[in-house]
Design a protein around this ligand. Structure first.
Ligand SMILES: *Cc1c(COP(=O)(O)O)cnc(C)c1O
Length: 369
């Protein structure tokens, strides 16, 4: 066993493909284009193929991906974008960087994704888009989101930073909105050895615009048609991601297997395990349980720590509770978000965890009770 056990372990992912990654990086040093060369376009084509969309545009990280998606949709200062408070703060940062105003909604207690029943009362004349976060790898209620968006003339963006490979009615997340954004931060289901991200779309116009926006608004070299930024996917990361993409499906299958082992072992304990949501497959970026109180959660966390198991909290604060945002954002009621931040716990979850290590975690969760 490899103690300590962490929530995620990017280094174990490198070691699992060490030879191929080492070779790919050495090959990269000898290619003539270090920025936006063949390695980036080759990865973009493969990633688009994996998701099932015509276009993927490699960008610097998942936060920029959100900003660029909103810029491509012509979002203007003061436009309102509805998303959740129970997410990585990056979702909200990406909205603000585009000059737009985040409006936050609570999550559904079963799926932990946006509570669609709380969206309609938050829509105003200024609302332009909804960003659905497929949190932990669980797809949001995309059918309802699509009808809310079409009835109210809103764009739908999927934040897929945690849901590479998750499906909804058999189709991958990232194919349902006008645009979808991905992060390749090292801990994600598809992780680089550094930062990376992508925006995917089936629209040729949005694809072309995103390619301009990520590089100074250039239509052709040295000729800016749009006000853009510098947010390119690094070539070396693209070379590494191409190696890892080939393993993504088997990695996700392993995550799902680990999740079902956890769920089976924890079934008779006073913990809530992830709910199965009809017509979706969960990609298990994170395996998150709920405890009955904050005290129980914190005590279990310490009990695990004593056994060298470092559980995590995703997330300990809703965005609406954080000092940068608590006074200024319009929010729905946050009943579930406010409870979850105090009672959730993320157990170790990465494909390289051995069966023995998974059992070790289960045994220590059991011994707490
Ligand atoms: C990781 C993450 C992001 C941001 O990705 P970065 O690559 O770290 O900028 C955005 N949204 C969610 C839900 C995330 O988990």
């Amino acid at each position: 066993m490899n103690l300590p056990l962490l929530v995620s372990n990017p280094r174990s992912s490198y070691l699992a493909s060490k030879e191929a990654i080492d070779q790919a990086t050495l090959d990269f040093y000898n290619n003539p284009y270090y920025v936006l060369g063949d390695y980036v376009s080759d990865f973009e084509a493969r990633f688009a193929g994996y998701i099932g969309v015509p276009h993927a545009v490699g960008v610097a990280n998942g936060t920029d991906a959100i900003t660029l998606a909103l810029m491509a949709l012509n979002i203007q200062p003061g436009d309102e974008i509805i998303t959740v408070s129970h997410t990585a703060v990056a979702t909200v940062v990406g909205i603000e960087r585009a000059g737009a105003v985040p409006v936050l909604v609570d999550v559904d207690p079963d799926s932990k994704t946006i509570d669609v029943t709380k969206i309609p009362s938050m829509i105003t004349a200024r609302t332009k888009a909804i960003i659905a976060v497929h949190l932990y790898g669980q797809p949001a209620d995309l059918d309802t989101l699509r009808s809310i968006c079409s009835e109210n003339d809103l764009f739908l963006i999927e934040d897929c930073a945690q849901s590479h490979g998750a499906t909804y009615h058999g189709q991958k997340t990232g194919t349902f909105g006008d645009l979808a954004t991905f992060s390749f931060y090292p801990t994600k289901n598809l992780g680089a050895i550094g930062d990376g991200g992508a925006v995917v779309t089936s629209s040729p116009e949005l694809n072309e615009k995103l390619r301009m926006l990520r590089q100074y608004g250039w239509k052709t070299p040295q000729y800016s048609l749009l006000s853009g930024m510098n947010s390119r996917l690094d070539g070396l990361q693209a070379a590494i991601l191409t190696v890892k993409l080939a393993k993504l499906d088997s990695d996700i299958a392993r995550r799902q297997h680990i999740a079902s082992t956890y769920t089976a072992h924890l079934a008779n304990l006073p913990v809530v395990t992830p709910k199965t949501i009809q017509n979706t497959t969960h990609a298990y970026h994170l395996y998150v349980i709920e405890l009955e109180s904050q005290d129980t959660r914190d005590q279990l966390m310490s009990h695990l720590k004593a056994a060298h198991i470092f559980a995590g909290i995703h997330y300990p604060f809703g965005v609406h509770e954080q000092p940068a945002y608590d006074q200024k954002l319009r929010c729905s009621d946050m009943t579930h978000t406010n409870r979850l931040t105090k009672t959730i716990l993320s157990l170790p979850m990465y494909p390289e965890l051995s069966d023995q290590e998974v059992k070790y975690v289960c045994d220590y969760v059991s011994s707490f009770f």
